[in-house]
Design a protein around this ligand. Structure first.
Ligand code: TXA
Ligand code: MG
Length: 314
């Protein structure tokens, strides 16, 4: 069933039952090689799922759980291999959203839950998005409010010596580095993974979060961005931009937060991508966020929505 979390809605089932897990892949049309995150509602539920809990995981749990952080650790025998798409690791998250926690606790089980969208479309940040993607394909959709964070959790791998950021989110790279003293940022966070090479986080290799609209990311100052869009006007051209950009843009706009506030961009991005499709946009020129703080997570999702098509202006 689809359930709310503070990041995005998740499509949840018993993580310990391979049949239930198979139904998640089927309902989403998800590639079999893309592993799922296992959700818990108490720290004590972690140890049966993993072969050991390293010191780094204790530090991060202490600071950031419950919350939008997923840790990848070595998997125990209890977790069916299909949850992890055959990897020897498992991704675990302890969400903060009280509805999510109440549901996990009522089940008395860890719940595997990817985002509750059809594979390839933007992640759902409202119950309405889940209904549109999954009605008739799942047993139930829990109707709750919009997700407060709006982007999926930060994913960090802790099973080798150096912690590695696989997917940026609301727990920022800066915060992880501060807590752990060191952090490697996987190259797939800000660039297209090389064709044919294995990726640390399989989810990062897919063209993802993609609306039907052709999104092109414009990495530039506000002045350059506005000039670029105004020089490329035609039927079906939209600007996916910050509220500060809006006044001087001659194309129709879809806003995704404020340039100065990464959290507002995160909260607005996926709904904005879906809105472009609803409005029949053919091309959307997106104004790229800065790469610091939550901006890194927003940028990571936007380059995938744009299938890595970026115009960098001086
Ligand atoms: O915020 C979230 O994390 C949401 C909510 C529902 O909790 N869930 C979510 O799940 O975003 P999903 O399936 O859309 O994304 C899971 C990501 C994928 O990029 C996947 O490749 C990665 O986590 N992942 C899962 N298990 C992994 C593992 N064992 N090793 C490396 N990456 C893993
Ligand atoms: Mg997803």
């Amino acid at each position: 069933m689809a359930i709310p979390t503070e990041t995005v809605y998740g499509l949840a089932a018993n993580a310990l039952d391979p049949d239930a897990v198979a139904k998640i892949f089927r309902a989403k049309g998800r590639p079999q090689d893309n592993p799922l995150i296992v959700h818990i509602s108490e720290f004590e539920q972690l140890s049966p799922l993993v072969s050991e809990i390293p010191e780094s995981a204790k530090i991060l749990a202490d600071r950031f759980w419950p919350g939008p952080l997923t840790m990848v650790l070595n998997r125990s025998e209890l977790v069916p291999p299909s949850v992890s798409a055959g990897l020897s690791t498992v991704a675990v998250r302890f969400p903060k959203n009280p509805v999510a926690r109440a549901i996990i606790t009522a089940c008395g089980l860890p719940l595997a839950a990817p985002s509750a969208n059809l594979s390839g479309s933007p992640s759902p940040t409202t119950a309405e998005h889940c209904i549109r993607d999954l009605e008739g394909r799942v047993d139930a959709i829990v109707i709750s409010g919009p997700c407060t964070v709006g982007l999926e959790s930060t994913v960090v791998a802790l099973f080798s010596d150096t912690p590695r950021l696989l997917r940026p989110g609301a727990v920022t790279a800066e915060q992880l580095k501060d807590a752990l003293g060191k952090l490697t940022v996987d190259p797939a966070v800000t660039a297209k993974p090389e064709e044919g090479k294995p990726v640390a986080s399989p989810g990062m290799k897919y063209k993802h979060y993609a609306p039907k609209t052709h999104v092109i990311l414009i990495d530039s100052s506000r002045e350059e961005y506005i000039n670029y869009v105004n020089a490329h006007l035609s039927d079906g051209v939209f600007a996916l931009c910050f509220q500060e950009d809006e006044d001087r843009i001659a194309a129709p706009t879809v806003l995704y937060g404020s340039e100065a506030d990464g959290a507002s961009q995160a909260a607005g991005l996926f709904a904005a991508l879906r809105q472009l499709d609803d409005l029949g946009a053919k091309i959307a020129y997106a104004h790229a966020p800065s790469l610091s703080g939550m901006g890194l997570a927003v940028y990571n999702r936007l380059i995938r929505a744009a299938a890595f098509e970026v115009v960098k202006l001086p």
